[in-house]
Design a protein around this ligand. Structure first.
Ligand SMILES: NC(=O)c1ccc[n+]([C@@H]2O[C@H](COP(=O)([O-])OP(=O)(O)OC[C@H]3O[C@@H](n4cnc5c(N)ncnc54)[C@H](OP(=O)(O)O)[C@@H]3O)[C@@H](O)[C@H]2O)c1
Length: 388
């Protein structure tokens, strides 16, 4: 069979396509349309060398663009031996975009360098996170699932020994994943099935069995359904209690942390116990129902940001990172999510750190709704063991 000139050209492009698919899959989706265009000879097949040259130039530009837009996030090693990117993308919002839109937002986050995603059974974003993982694999943004770090959380209607494994299985099913990187007990609290955390009726807060719930978390880890297990919103006292019987120590305690709630008691305690801290609401949940403007409108942060030509959010996030804590920051806006990544190649000075220590301290989210006169939690002091 005689191969014509145009067929030869198509074979060359198919060869390049396969090569890129194997060697540089991250740029494949950017340049796919060019393959079709160039394989059929846009210049009437007269100037094949020129066509190939232009095509190769486009490939190298696409590669440069991907590298330029992708920020590298440092990784930390957890006490479970697994690595975690030191900054995570929060996936909770007062009003979530529809699943497909949120999926595209999260894929874009991966394109610019986010690798760590924080969701929870109660956020309503598990499905979109799972779809974004599938999409990233499909388009070659990542080659393996293990390039991402996915966290989800046990909701408080299920914080009971017998309900943990079914809840994790449901989460995995919703996300279409075989395993999580991290599964957290969302709160040291249990409420009745169907109850609303923000509007709890008398009797809907139930006693929380800390040891039974943790034992079931350990079983999930042993089954390989999650690589690491951890806590969220646990005080020093509650962690101590949990450690009395734990056979696997929690890898993480995810708590509110920002310049206006610096976790001065919890941080040294967790460090001593080798439990890594992740900070939620690192910007004080600016503009959100549960948040405040204490971070984003702090005059101290404003002055530091101006003097360093950084944004307030960058100063707020950098400060958390310098405390050895991993911020979990939410932005679904392209510019702001890019901005929030640019915190790893500069530092705050000693003087700036001293100024940040002057910021008045107040827990933004106290979770008063769990407190009931006749329930198991009788005061916010009891919930936080005095650390408020
Ligand atoms: N474990 C827990 O109990 C718990 C509790 C709360 C939150 N979390 C996790 O932590 C994540 C983050 O916390 P959060 O959402 O409460 O608060 P946050 O990250 O402190 O603040 C999010 C708010 O700040 C805005 N924002 C983000 N970047 C910005 C920037 N560069 N400049 C100006 N505004 C900016 C966002 O709006 P745009 O999206 O419009 O940019 C959003 O309104 C959550 O998504 C969730 O995954 C966990």
């Amino acid at each position: 069979m005689k191969i014509t000139c145009n067929e030869k050209q198509i074979y060359i492009y198919i060869y390049i396509y396969i090569y890129i698919n194997i060697k540089k899959p991250r740029i494949l989706h950017q340049i796919s349309p060019y393959f079709v265009f160039f394989s059929f000879g846009p210049f009437g097949g007269h100037n094949k060398i020129l066509e190939l040259f232009i095509f190769l130039q486009l490939i190298s530009m696409a590669e440069e663009e991907v590298q330029k837009n992708e920020s590298k996030i440092p990784e930390i090693v957890l006490n479970s031996g697994h690595k975690m990117p030191a900054l995570g993308m929060g996936c909770a919002a007062e009003k979530l975009p529809p699943v497909e839109e949120l999926t595209s937002i999260l894929v874009h986050a991966m394109e610019i360098g986010y690798r760590h995603f924080d969701t929870a059974a109660c956020y309503g974003s598990e499905e979109a996170v799972g779809k974004a993982v599938a999409k990233a694999l499909e388009i070659g943004l990542i080659q393996n699932r293990d390039e991402l770090f996915i966290t989800s959380k046990l909701w408080i209607t299920n914080s009971h020994h017998d309900l943990v494994l079914p809840a994790l299985k449901k989460t995995l099913e919703t996300m279409g994943l075989e395993y999580l990187d991290l599964y957290l007990i969302h709160w040291p609290v249990r409420i009745k099935e169907g109850a609303n955390m923000f509007n709890l009726a008398e009797g809907e807060v139930l006693p929380f069995d800390i040891h039974g719930t943790w034992k079931a978390m350990e079983d999930c880890s042993k089954l390989g359904l999650t690589k690491s297990i951890g806590l969220s919103n646990f005080s020093c006292e509650k962690i101590s209690q949990l450690l009395e019987h734990a056979t696997i120590p929690p890898a993480i305690n995810q708590v509110e942390m920002n310049v206006s709630w610096q976790q001065r008691k919890l941080l040294p305690f967790c460090k001593e116990k080798r439990i890594h801290v992740c900070g939620w609401s690192p910007l004080g949940a600016y503009g959100v129902l549960w948040g405040s403007n204490a971070v984003m409108e702090s005059q101290i942060l404003k002055d530091i940001a101006t003097s360093k030509s950084k944004t307030i959010s960058q100063v707020a996030l950098r400060w958390i990172y310098e405390q050895g804590v991993s911020p979990i920051v939410k932005s679904f806006n392209e510019d702001r999510m890019q901005q929030n990544l640019q915190i790893f190649d500069w530092e705050l000075t000693k003087e700036e750190n001293v100024q940040i220590l002057q910021i008045p301290q107040r827990r933004v989210f106290r979770a008063d709704s769990f407190v009931q006169e006749n329930g198991p939690i009788k005061s916010v002091e009891e919930l936080w063991d005095g650390d408020i």
